[in-house]
Design a protein around this ligand. Structure first.
Ligand SMILES: NC(=O)c1ccc[n+]([C@@H]2O[C@H](COP(=O)([O-])OP(=O)(O)OC[C@H]3O[C@@H](n4cnc5c(N)ncnc54)[C@H](OP(=O)(O)O)[C@@H]3O)[C@@H](O)[C@H]2O)c1
Length: 411
C-alpha cells in the first residue's frame, strides 16, 4: 500500500496505526530501513552493510578473502543481505536465483557499491523443478575452484495446493527437496573445499513433528512450511553426522522474525491485522540476516562446545543450531525447560500460538532495550525432536530416493 501526502487518502486502519506509532519512543523507529508493505530493499546505496552490524559487532569471523560462497534466493530479503555482506567482506559470491535478470542486476549493484568485490549470477535455479536444480548443480560443479560456503536460503512460505510431476508437494519441493538435491549434487565439491553449509530454518520447526518421512513429500498437509523447516534442520544435522568427520561443517540458522516478501503470498499473513503487525514488529532483513551471516562465517573452532567432562565433541556430534533474541530463550526454545516429557501434554497449537506472540516481541524488545546480548547470535538447542537420529535418517533416506541420489554421500 503506497503512503500518500494526503491523510484522507490513507485508509482508516493504517491511519490509526500511524497515530499509535507516533507515540512510540524514537528507539522503536531507529534502523527501520524498509517501508511497511513495501518490497524489501537493502540498505541505502551509500551505506555499507557492515554499518548495520555494528550494534552486535559479531565475534571473530573467518577471513572470506579467496572464498567462494553460493547463496540461493538472493533476489530479496535475508538472502540478498547475506549475499551482499559476504561480497563486502571479500568472498566471491554466486547468486543462485530463478530470476537471472534480477540476479545479474544485483551482482552489478553489489560490485558497484563495494569496489573490488566479486559477485556473479549463476545459471537459473528454480527449486520448483528438479531438472533446473540438477542443471544448476552441474554448472557449479564445472566451475573451477572451490565452493567454501553454501547458504540454502531460498524458500516459500505459502503456495496453493499443487504437486510436482513426481507427486511431491510444491512447498516441500521448494523448501526441502530442491535444496537437499542441490546440496547432495554439490557434496563432492563441498567436502573437497571443507565447506560450511548453512540451512536457513525457522522457529516453526518447534511446533511440529514428522512422523512419516514419505508423507513429508506426498501428503499436502504433511509438507507444510513448518515440516519443511524441520526437514531443513534434520538435513543440516544429518550432513554433519555423515560428513563432519570429512571436514564439512553443516549448521542450521534461524533468522528470527523478519519482514520480507515471504509473507506476501499468504492469504492469512499477507494482509490485514497480522500483516500490519509483521510490517511493524518484525525485524528488517539487515537485522534478521545476522544469524545466517554469523552461521556462515563464524570461527568454527571458537564456537565448539564441549562435553560435560570437558572433552571435545566429535564432528558427528557437533550439531549446531544458531539463533538470536527471544528465539534463544530456554523457556521458548528448550522444551525440556518446560518439564521434559511434560511438554507433550501441551497442545501443539497452544505452543505454536505462544511462538507467534513471542515472534512479535523479539525485534521491538531488542529495539527498545538495546541489541546488546540479546542481539547476539548464539548456539542454542532446537526443539528436542530435531535430535531424533532415527527420524533424521529416515527423512534423509526418503529425500535421497525422491532426489534420485545414493543414500550414502559420494565423496
Ligand atoms: N522472514 C522470516 O520471518 C523468516 C523466518 C524464519 C526463516 N525464514 C527463512 O528465510 C529464508 C529466506 O526467506 P525471506 O524471508 O528472505 O523471504 P523472501 O524475501 O521471500 O526471499 C525468498 C527467496 O527465495 C526465492 N525463491 C522462492 N521460490 C523459489 C524457487 N522456486 N526457486 C528459487 N528461488 C526461489 C525468492 O526468489 P524470487 O525473488 O524469484 O521469488 C527469494 O529470493 C527462507 O528459507 C525462509 O524460510 C524467514
Amino acid at each position: 500500500m503506497q503512503r500518500t501526502a494526503h491523510t484522507n487518502d490513507i485508509p482508516a486502519k493504517e491511519r490509526d496505526w500511524n497515530d499509535v506509532r507516533r507515540l512510540l519512543p524514537a528507539a522503536w523507529h531507529r534502523g527501520r530501513t524498509q517501508r511497511p508493505s513495501g518490497a524489501v530493499r537493502i540498505a541505502s546505496a551509500a551505506t555499507p552493510l557492515s554499518e548495520h552490524f555494528k550494534l552486535t559487532s559479531q565475534e571473530a569471523m573467518v577471513d572470506l578473502k579467496g572464498k567462494v560462497a553460493l547463496v540461493t534466493g538472493a533476489t530479496s530479503g535475508i538472502g540478498q543481505v547475506t549475499a551482499e555482506y559476504l561480497a563486502e567482506h571479500g568472498a566471491t559470491v554466486i547468486l543462485g536465483v530463478r530470476n537471472t535478470d534480477a540476479g545479474k542486476k544485483l551482482a552489478q549493484e553489489i560490485m558497484a557499491k563495494y569496489p573490488g568485490s566479486k559477485a556473479e549470477c549463476g545459471p537459473p535455479l528454480d527449486l520448483m523443478k528438479q531438472d533446473s536444480v540438477k542443471a544448476f548443480a552441474e554448472a557449479i560443479n564445472k566451475r573451477p575452484g572451490s565452493l567454501d560456503i553454501l547458504v540454502n536460503n531460498a524458500g516459500l512460505g505459502y503456495t496453493k495446493k499443487s504437486f510436482t510431476e513426481q507427486g511431491v508437494g510444491m512447498l516441500t519441493q521448494v523448501n526441502h527437496l530442491g535444496p537437499y538435491t542441490l546440496t547432495r549434487l554439490l557434496e563432492k565439491k563441498l567436502v573437497a573445499s571443507k565447506a560450511r553449509v548453512v540451512n536457513v530454518v525457522s522457529v516453526t520447526h518447534r511446533i511440529t513433528t514428522i512422523r512419516d518421512a514419505k508423507a513429508l513429500f506426498t501428503d499436502w498437509k504433511g509438507g507444510f512450511y513448518q515440516h519443511n523447516k524441520l526437514a531443513n534442520v534434520y538435513t543440516a544435522f544429518e550432513l554433519q553426522r555423515r560428513l563432519g568427520a570429512r571436514g564439512l561443517q553443516a549448521v542450521a540458522a534461524d533468522p528470527g522474525a523478519v519482514r520480507t516478501n515471504i509473507y506476501n503470498n499468504s492469504p492469512k499473513l499477507g494482509r490485514g491485522f497480522i500483516k500490519t503487525m509483521i510490517d511493524n514488529c518484525y525485524a528488517p532483513p539487515e537485522d534478521g540476516a545476522q544469524a545466517v551471516i554469523y552461521a556462515a562465517t563464524c570461527d568454527w573452532a571458537a564456537d565448539q562446545r564441549k562435553r560435560k567432562d570437558g572433552s571435545p565433541l566429535q564432528p558427528a556430534e557437533d550439531l549446531r543450531y544458531y539463533a538470536r533474541g527471544v528465539f534463544t530463550w530456554p523457556q521458548l526454545c528448550n522444551d525440556w525447560a518446560l518439564g521434559g516429557k511434560g511438554i507433550k501434554k501441551v497442545k501443539g497449537d497452544i505452543w505454536g500460538a505462544s511462538t507467534v506472540v513471542l515472534s512479535f516481541l523479539d525485534w521491538p524488545l531488542r529495539r527498545l532495550l538495546g541489541n546488546g546480548l540479546m542481539g547476539r547470535t548464539k548456539l542454542c538447542r532446537p526443539g528436542s525432536h530435531a535430535y531424533d537420529a532415527d527420524m533424521s535418517a529416515q527423512v534423509w533416506e526418503a529425500s535421497a530416493e525422491f532426489a534420485g541420489v545414493p543414500v550414502q554421500p559420494q565423496v
